[in-house]
Design a protein around this ligand. Structure first.
Ligand code: S3P
Length: 445
């Protein structure tokens, strides 16, 4: 996961997107599948794992801490876990690459084991705030030495037995919630997290599925999640559903490019993840759910999405946690709507793989779209369905979602959109560009 040479890419209008696309495994669920399997006693099997760089960083880290993780030729992953409490001291620093989820969740795991780990990452990850996990994990007894500003590289010394805590999440973050719950797995007694606003609940679902004693209670203060520590996890066969955050690019692409008609298969529809679909429907998108089913304990459907005229909206801020990764794609949809879309209440976008408010304002602006930046969001003036001017350079800033969102914008532009580096898409969707070429009826480049 060393910094590769940038790989610039040009995206141009090539007509409608048609056909069938199957989205890859969910990134959040894939991380958790590897981590929990590595903590179960015995052999787990994971089908549909996302084989992107972020998830591979988690796999490498779990191997470095004692788990045996193998991929067979048919794409099924087999994990022999070490048991809760059984993680080993890694011999070298854990290279987290670009992955905030790997970093924060693994910090939680290490916090309650009698081991010390050093976490390093790329330039993007090394700028991201870790104080939000350092704070609760320190209360549980972990000893953390971080770089200035609470960033990577950092060294975390776990404590065993750790101190179970009750923690009110100060920020709507599934990563912080999960870090505390995972630390609680090996702490004696009950660890409790109270989240005022619901965030993605994959950790809760999967911990319960692996046999941890976990309860969720809705109270006037929010959701109270309690986990009993020193748990014994039972190995599982896991099928990872498709990632709605990856499906989002195709939903937006089909909606904005005239003549498009796509069947997007295997889209996870966990209600804590469906904000983009809700917002697109408010804008007038034509999205039909087909063959609703349950995969790996999560609701899944195929989505038929056809081009439709979009209208500007005020994006309901309460949707933010359920579409936090999808704002860049939504901003692109807004660039083709009639009227001015305003999204506020999304301050967290400033601390993702890049500052996504600034990155999208710059990228859209360079391609002739008028935007107005707020501290907590963006306003975008749409074209009313006309192509955007294009011909602008996009700084993708080591951020996969900026690269894919602006690639989608280039599909309905008068002149090509130029990405300075398409490499980051490999973190979450390595097959994105070949898939795009297929939907446009061309062979991969
Ligand atoms: C994730 C939680 C979210 C999301 C990230 C994945 C997870 O981050 O943006 O891509 O898997 O728990 P925050 O917890 O920082 O909101």
């Amino acid at each position: 996961m060393s910094a590769a040479q940038p790989s610039p890419r040009t995206v141009e209008s090539r007509g409608p997107l048609t056909g069938v696309v199957t989205v890859p495994g969910d990134k959040s669920i894939s991380h958790r599948a590897l981590m929990l399997s590595a903590l179960a006693v015995g052999e787990s099997r994971v089908t549909g794992l996302l084989e992107g760089e972020d998830v591979l960083a988690t796999a490498a880290a779990m191997r470095a801490m004692g788990a045996t993780i193998e991929r067979s030729a048919d794409g099924v992953w087999t994990v022999h876990g070490v048991g809760v409490g059984g993680l080993l001291q890694p011999a070298q620093a854990l290279d987290m690459g670009n992955s905030g989820t790997s970093t924060r969740l693994l910090m939680g795991l290490v916090a309650s084991h009698p081991i010390t780990a050093t976490f390093t990452g790329d330039a993007s990850l090394s700028r991201r705030p870790m104080a939000r996990v350092i704070e609760p994990l320190s209360r549980m007894g972990a000893d953390v030495t971080a770089s200035p500003g609470g960033t990577l590289p950092l060294m975390l010394r776990g404590l065993c037995p750790a101190v179970p805590i009750e923690y009110h999440l100060p920020v709507a973050s599934a990563q912080v919630k999960s870090a505390v719950l995972l630390a609680g797995l090996n702490a004696p007694g009950i660890t409790r997290v109270i989240e005022p606003v619901p965030t993605r609940d994959h950790s809760e679902r999967m911990l319960a599925g692996f046999g941890a004693a976990l309860s969720v209670e809705e109270t006037p203060d929010g959701r109270v999640i309690s986990i009993a520590g020193e748990a014994e996890l039972r190995p599982q066969d896991i099928v990872v559903p498709g990632d709605p955050s990856s499906g989002a690019f195709w939903i937006v692409a089909a909606s904005i490019v005239p003549g498009s008609d796509l069947l997007i298969r295997n889209v996870g529809l966990n209600p804590t993840r469906t904000g983009l679909i809700a917002a697109m429907r408010l804008m007038g998108a034509d999205i039909v759910e087909q063959d609703a089913r349950v995969v790996g304990g999560e609701p899944v459907a195929d989505l038929r999405v056809r081009h439709a005229p979009l209208s500007a909206i005020e994006v309901p801020p309460e949707l933010a946690p359920s579409m936090i990764d999808e704002y860049p794609a939504l901003f692109v949809a807004a660039a083709f709507a009639s009227g001015k879309t305003v999204a506020r209440g999304a301050h967290e976008l400033r601390v993702k793989e890049s500052d996504r408010i600034a990155a999208m304002a710059a990228a859209l602006g360079a391609n002739g779209v008028s935007t107005q930046e707020f501290e907590d969001g963006l306003a975008i003036q749409g074209t009313g369905g006309e192509p955007i001017p294009g011909s602008g350079h996009v700084a993708t800033r080591l951020d996969h979602r900026i690269a894919m969102s602006m690639a989608v914008a280039g599909l309905h532009a008068r002149r090509p959109v130029l990405l300075d580096d398409a490499g980051p898409v490999a973190t979450s969707y390595p097959a994105f560009f070949p898939t795009l070429d297929g939907l446009l009826g061309r062979e991969p480049q």
